[in-house]
Write a protein that binds this ligand. Structure first.
Ligand code: ZN
Length: 741
């Protein structure tokens, strides 16, 4: 029996009628109607005969394309060349249709039906209705951006796995990445939303409610995260407002005629929660008001944790990426808030007190404030350690980091703070200096270092390193061009696209007459990098855990730093060296690399590239050694970096050991530090510890395994992480070493 091979490879029986139908279609198109069907029948017969001959000659089946070629030839040789042309046109149209189906419709269908869920972003539920819709739209906007907005040069860099363009789906609409919200003025003055205006916060409970609202609204103006940079300080006036309210209640039936009290309550002035006159003269009233304020603060914070872990956003069933920095406020009100935040983190959320995924808590360490016994917030730092050991949060920001030089000790908005993932605001060349509030990352690109290393190796016979440095320099310049290209595109958007942001000044510096560039110019253009360790392996056969590798690593990072500094001056834009949180990219870049260069030992033999300049997760080093290595490179970065170490569950009972590691990191000028401890939660009884898939208390197998991705936490990593990240988690070595001694 004659067989035909279809385009998808399957074999089907030859059907003469199909040829007849196709030719008749072409005849109708030319003649308007079918006058005769002999032509079609004759040609079909000719082809069938020819097929029998071919069938005897070769073993493989004839393809659909072969048959169509034969039809074309037969028609061209016949008297109906006009029909041949119609047939060719028809074939071409079909091909375009098929191509459209393959590159465009099929991926959209895949997303709409939630087949092939890849968990590109651990925070999006790709199975949900909203997630399906969002992911499908992303396919389209991404395609659109690459076809119609992004320049050829940029596209080539992206497609060649050399310089990656992040969030290309959002590129199409020209939104920016992330923002540190100016919480203070928003709470003090209130803000406008599409439907209504919102009055200023008038108590600590409204403060924390509005905080969740602000985070939610701002996250809709952009594609990345939102942060509060000094939440403890921001909350102080509202703790005082609540204290005033509770005092008024407490004084309702007493103290008539006490001038101090009457004046105080009538004045509307802020009242400290340690007001000594009231404390001494009206101890019971004072105690009542203080207790009520503390209780309200605690409940407000609980409400915030609850809100930020439940309010989905962006119609992608996605929780906003939220981060809160705190820890330096030594005022009694600020301390009350810090304590509530840490106790809330320790307590967890929901029925079984699961670890709260959002917000990402970041404790700001500062010399003289909370680093040593005897310093005013040292007790809170110890509480932070306790929370970290049990809940992974808070992470630690280093306010004394050399890279944040020039900050104002009297202005907490200039203290070093960060987005949970690691993106941070550096020195603003356009006038805001180290001020963090109202600024953020505008857009990042990431240079895939292993690709450049391979290209250098293939292109040069003698000095591979020199060839690489040359190529890297070229690519850093191209990365700059790509960022400027996107920056201009973002600046060309109307302010109405992010009305909440520009109307309320959440992005600082906006002057309506000057356009949105007036605000965007204070943000960061991040030149990111991926896979330093693998690139070094390719170039010199070892990574930066060895002195030779470190020497070259420093040369590489120095080039990044020098170039970004030059670009910053030349273009008056905040270019910065960025140690990219490559969540999905560490996997997709590796896959592309491997398809081209194959499996290379210690380079592409795992399912991921090492994040930024990190020590590979599978290297056996102590936490101190890891810090020793990475702290030599963190100083080159100005747009954000993170260092983390893996510890085991035993630190829960050994806070001094944890303390030693955190102090070591701070003393070694690590700007942002996080500790990974195993966090397996039994979803039946709530027991938390390290036990992988079976609860030691109740025997349940219903376990959530919480792990860190980028700087944030995510739910069960086995279902929420992409394959590359899952593989990375398995290979993460615990950095115990000296801790055990
Ligand atoms: Zn259990």
């Amino acid at each position: 029996m004659l067989q035909i091979q279809k385009r998808n490879g399957t074999l089907v029986p030859f059907d003469r009628q199909k040829i007849i139908n196709a030719i008749n279609k072409a005849l109708i198109e030319v003649d308007g109607q079918l006058y005769e069907d002999d032509t079609a029948k004759d040609i079909a017969k000719e082809i069938e005969d020819a097929m029998y001959e071919i069938d005897e000659e070769r073993a493989t089946a004839v393809s659909v394309e072969d048959i169509q070629d034969m039809v074309e030839d037969e028609l061209m040789q016949s008297e109906r060349r006009d029909v041949a042309r119609a047939y060719i046109r028809y074939r071409y149209k079909q091909e375009v249709q098929r191509e459209h189906e393959a590159v465009f419709i099929a991926p959209i269908r895949e997303k709409l039906e939630a087949r092939n869920v890849q968990n590109q972003n651990a925070n999006v539920d790709e199975h949900s209705f909203g997630g399906r819709l969002g992911e499908a739209a992303e396919v389209m906007t991404k395609e659109y951006a690459f076809d119609y907005i992004i320049s050829k040069k940029s596209r080539e860099n992206h497609m060649n796995n050399e310089i990656y363009i992040h969030d290309a789906g959002s590129y199409a609409v020209g939104s920016h990445n992330c923002l540190s919200l100016p919480i203070d003025p928003l709470m003090e003055k209130g803000f406008n939303t599409r439907q209504t205006d919102v009055r200023p916060a008038n108590s600590i409970s409204t403060f924390f409610q509005l905080l969740a609202v602000l985070f939610q609204l701002q996250s809709l103006q952009q594609f990345g995260g939102v942060s509060a940079t000094h939440l403890d300080w921001s909350a102080v006036p509202y703790v005082r407002k609540s204290f005033r309210k509770h005092l008024i209640e407490g004084f309702k039936y007493i103290a008539r005629g006490d001038k101090y009290v009457e004046d105080l309550l009538a004045s509307g002035k802020e009242i400290s929660i340690v007001d000594s006159y009231i404390k001494e003269n009206y101890p019971k009233t004072y105690e009542y008001a203080y207790d009520m304020t503390e209780k309200e603060t605690k409940q407000a914070v609980e409400g915030m944790y609850h809100n930020l872990n439940t309010l989905q956003s962006r119609s992608g069933n996605q929780l906003p990426f939220t981060s809160i920095n705190y820890g330096t406020c030594t005022l009694p009100e600020g301390r009350m808030v810090i304590k509530a935040l840490l106790e809330g983190s320790l307590a967890g959320v929901g029925r079984i007190h699961k670890t709260s995924i959002f917000p990402c808590g970041i404790f700001q360490c500062m010399k003289g404030v909370n680093r040593k016994p005897g310093e005013p917030n040292y007790d809170l730092y110890r509480l932070a350690l306790k929370s970290t050991a049990a809940r992974l949060y808070p992470n630690y920001a280093n306010c004394d980091w050399s890279g944040n030089a020039g900050y104002d000790p009297d202005d907490p908005t200039t203290y070093f703070s960060t987005m949970g993932c690691r993106t941070a605001n550096g020195w603003d060349i356009n006038g805001f200096g180290q001020k963090k509030d109202g600024r953020g990352n505008i857009c990042p690109v990431t240079i895939i270092l292993p690709t450049l290393a391979m290209e250098a190796k293939e292109a040069s016979d003698d000095d591979v390193v020199a060839a690489f440095m040359n190529l890297l320099d070229t690519k850093i310049h191209e990365a700059k061009d790509m960022l400027i290209e996107r920056f201009e595109w973002i600046c060309s958007q109307p302010a109405d696209s992010a009305k909440f942001m520009y109307e309320n000044g959440t992005m600082a510096g906006y002057v309506p007459g000057e356009g949105i560039r007036s605000a965007l110019k204070h943000g960061t253009l991040a030149v990111g990098q991926l896979g330093l360790a693998e690139a070094l392996q390719i170039l010199i056969g070892c990574d930066h855990t060895e002195p030779k590798g470190m020497e070259l690593a420093k040369k590489i990072e120095q080039l990044f730093k020098d170039r970004c500094a030059e670009f910053k001056e030349e273009y008056k834009l905040n270019f910065g060296v960025y140690y990219t949180p490559a969540e999905n990219l560490c996997y997709t870049a590796l896959k592309k690399f491997r398809a081209k260069y194959g499996v290379i030992k210690d380079v592409s033999d795992k399912d991921f590239f090492t994040n930024s300049m990190h020590v590979p997760v599978w290297k056996e080093v102590s936490p101190f050694e890891k810090i020793d290595i990475e702290c030599q490179l963190t100083g080159y970065s100005s747009a954000g970096c993170i260092t983390y170490v893996e510890l085991d569950g035993a630190v829960k009972n050994n806070l001094d050991a944890l303390d030693e590691v955190v102090q070591y990191a701070m003393d070694h000028d690590i700007p942002y530090f996080a500790i990974n401890v195993p966090n397996d939660t039994c979803l039946d009884c709530g027991y938390t510890g390290e036990f992988n898939d079976c609860c030691p208390i109740c025997g349940s197998k219903n376990i959530q395994q919480l792990r860190r991705v980028t700087g944030y936490l995510t739910g069960n990593y086995k279902t929420a992480f992409n394959l590359g990240k899952q593989n990375e988690v398995h290979l993460r070595i615990k950095h115990i070493g000296r801790l055990e001694q």
